[in-house]
Every structure is written in structure tokens, then in C-alpha cells.
Design a protein around this ligand. Structure first.
Ligand SMILES: *[C@@H]1O[C@H](CO)[C@@H](O)[C@H](O)[C@H]1NC(C)=O
Length: 292
């Protein structure tokens, strides 16, 4: 597939409250779609290499968008502007906007929590399955306490500060470093563009986007009726623990596949791109019944 030019669309869709959601789509729109959602403070930019992977583009239409509060999307300043229903509506705006038919949802880290919004507020066929990449499974104080490692919890004051510029800047670099196995080996253009994109999340919105009210009832119901889940974890993840999430996946999802990449980092799709793409493609082909 090398040398093939793919059609790239970058656009904004309006959500139900008028908030604009930045979204991009790459590939052949007639193929089954995968919708990727980034993690805390970052943007769809993190998927740049995944969205250009020929092994995925051959079979799937690849879509990513920026969560509200982040990147190029709108930034409501109140907790009401971050209701679970609105996060579901943002997904629906992107899915309907690109004309997708029951896409596969793929979340990374905090972005994984949007599956709970979708399954609570949208019809069952809104998604064909869930892929959780080194996830926070849903937003709940006890779950966050169990899943978030002290290292990342320790970065929160620095990510939230509005009066100490030195601390704010240093913490953004430290935050991005904890995503990778070996930060010094990651090219500057990746690290600095990710740090740069993290400045688009307003520090005063950090606690809203990480502690907005969520009800996992829809997620559990979807799991019980057999919605397929793929959980991809990294054994060396410096931000989130995988063990409590495995328990949640096994307890609530009738059809769950769990994969642990023992040396895997938080940015599993970057540090272990080949393994990530292979597992994702295998799962997505099963979900969409592609026999190739
Ligand atoms: C701001 O943060 C820096 C780096 O952590 C720290 O050394 C400094 O004391 C802080 N300044 C104030 C006024 O708190």
C-alpha cells in the first residue's frame, strides 16, 4: 500500500449545545469505521501515525476527534457544559457528520471513558464495540483512586496551577514524559508537539474534565448484552494501573479480550505500534466480520 494517497478530511461538527467538535477522517469512507479518542490534555494529534498506517487503512475508515475542552474543540467553562449526555452527543455529531455506520470506538486513557457516555445515552447500535487502550474505564472517584498511579496524581497540582507558570510548563513536560517507556529516545517533534497541544486544555478546566459526573450503568448493560471489548494494557504503564481495569472488563463484559504487553507504556500505540495495530486490526476484523 506504500505510495497510496488517502483522502484526508479535517472539519468541525456542531454538537447539540452548539459546541464545535474538531474531527478528522482518513481513508475510504465506504469501509467500516474506527473512531479514536485521545487522552487527558492531548488531542487527535497523538494518533497521527496510527491514522496513516496502511495495515488499518486497507480495511477501515479512520476517524479521530478532539474531546470538548481539548485541542481544537470548543471549551465550555461550566460543569453543565461537560454533562455525560453532551459527551455522547459529541460522538454522535462526529459519527453522523461523517456518515458512519455503527463504528468501533477506540479510547486511550481518559478518552476511554466516553464509551460510558455513548452506551448510556445513544442507541445500542451507536457503536459495534469498544477498544480500551491503557484506559481509565469510567469516571468515578473510587475507580480513579484505584487506577491512577501516585506519579500521575502527583502531577495534577502542576497541571491545574493558574498562578505558577514555571510549575505549569515543567509539569506539562513531565506529564508527556510519563507517557513513554524511554522519553529521551522519543523524537522532539513528537514530545514538543504533544506538550504544545496540551496547553490548549485550560488549567482551570482540568478538574472538570477529570471529575465530571458519569454513570457506568450503560456500559455495564452493554457489556452484559455482549458488546465486544478489547482491552490493551501496558505492564510498564507509568500513569495508570491495568489490574483493576482487567477486573472490571471480566466482571461486566461477556465478550472481553484482554491483552497485556509486558513492556508496554501508557502510549502503547506509540511505543508498541506494531503490536497495537495487529491486535486492533484482528479485533476490528472480527467485529466487522472481515475474513482476510
Ligand atoms: C513555582 O514552581 C516552581 C517549580 O516547581 C517552584 O520552584 C517555585 O517555588 C514556585 N513558585 C511559587 C511562587 O510558588
Amino acid at each position: 500500500m506504500t505510495g497510496t494517497l488517502y483522502n484526508v478530511t479535517q472539519t468541525v461538527f456542531s454538537s447539540t449545545d452548539g459546541t464545535l467538535v474538531y474531527a478528522e477522517a482518513i481513508g475510504n469512507k465506504h469501509l467500516p469505521a474506527l473512531v479514536f479518542v485521545h487522552g487527558l490534555a492531548l488531542t487527535a494529534l497523538v494518533w497521527a501515525q496510527i491514522l496513516r498506517d496502511p495495515r488499518l487503512l486497507q480495511f477501515f475508515y479512520l476517524v479521530a476527534y478532539d474531546m470538548r475542552g481539548h485541542g481544537r474543540s470548543g471549551k465550555p467553562a461550566t460543569i453543565d457544559g461537560h454533562s455525560s449526555k453532551l459527551y455522547a452527543d459529541d460522538f454522535a455529531a462526529v459519527s453522523n457528520g461523517f456518515g458512519l455506520n455503527s463504528p468501533l470506538f477506540i479510547g486511550w486513557s481518559l478518552g476511554s471513558t466516553i464509551a460510558a457516555d455513548i452506551t448510556l445515552h445513544l442507541p445500542p447500535d451507536a457503536i459495534s464495540g469498544i477498544v480500551w487502550t491503557t484506559p481509565m474505564p469510567y469516571i468515578d472517584p473510587d475507580v480513579i483512586a484505584a487506577v491512577a498511579r501516585p506519579e500521575v496524581q502527583g502531577l495534577f497540582p502542576g497541571l491545574m496551577t493558574t498562578d505558577n507558570v514555571t510549575l505549569s510548563v515543567e509539569t506539562k513536560h513531565a506529564f508527556v514524559d510519563t507517557l513513554f517507556n524511554d522519553p529521551p529516545s522519543v523524537p522532539w517533534d513528537i514530545k514538543w508537539s504533544w506538550v504544545g497541544s496540551s496547553t490548549l486544555l485550560k488549567p482551570e478546566h482540568l478538574s472538570i474534565v477529570t471529575s465530571r459526573p458519569q454513570d457506568p450503568a450503560g456500559l455495564f448493560k452493554a457489556g452484559a448484552r455482549g458488546l465486544p471489548l478489547l482491552l490493551l494494557s501496558g505492564g510498564q504503564d507509568k500513569q495508570l494501573r491495568w489490574e483493576p481495569v482487567w477486573d472490571i472488563a471480566r466482571k461486566y463484559f461477556k465478550d472481553s479480550s484482554v491483552v497485556l504487553i509486558p513492556k508496554g507504556s501508557h502510549a502503547l500505540f506509540y511505543d508498541f505500534k506494531d503490536e497495537y495495530v495487529n491486535e486492533l486490526a484482528k479485533f476490528a476484523k472480527r467485529v466487522f466480520r472481515i475474513r482476510k
